[in-house]
Design a protein around this ligand. Sequence first.
Ligand code: ZN
Length: 159
Amino acid sequence: MNCMVCGESMGPPQRVNLPYRSLPGVLLVGIEAQTCAACGEIEYAIPGIEALNKRIVQLLVRKATRLAGSEIKFLRKFLGWSSKDTASRLGMQPETVSRWEAGTQLIGETPDKLLRMFVIHGQPVESYDLEQFDEVAKNEGEPIHLELAADQGWAPVAA
Ligand SMILES: [Zn+2]
């Protein structure tokens, strides 16, 4: 393998421990690293990043204390949400989410649990229409009106 910076050949692989860039506090143990003798560039080979992220998520949602800012950001990125989406779906102001992520404000118990629930149930992003969530916030709390057909597996009856 050649250096991606200067093109010289890289040194032999070595096992190193690498702090995970996506989540401070997570140390990746036994990562293969190669160093370029010419320019000092180090290249890391992180195997199975998807599995790694899933493992971190599984452990994060079981964390006994409130989520830290970097953890909130990690989980929302796992969900594929923007910070605006996150604010809307948790019923918060975007500025509040920014303060959580910056670590200047502790996330409340309720949004912390709600965020974990979204992650645990792993609902695809598409099933949460952002505009629909905005409607929820504006709604005055009228009872839902449904017509469900018994002979069609309780499918909604088209209006
Ligand atoms: Zn180099």
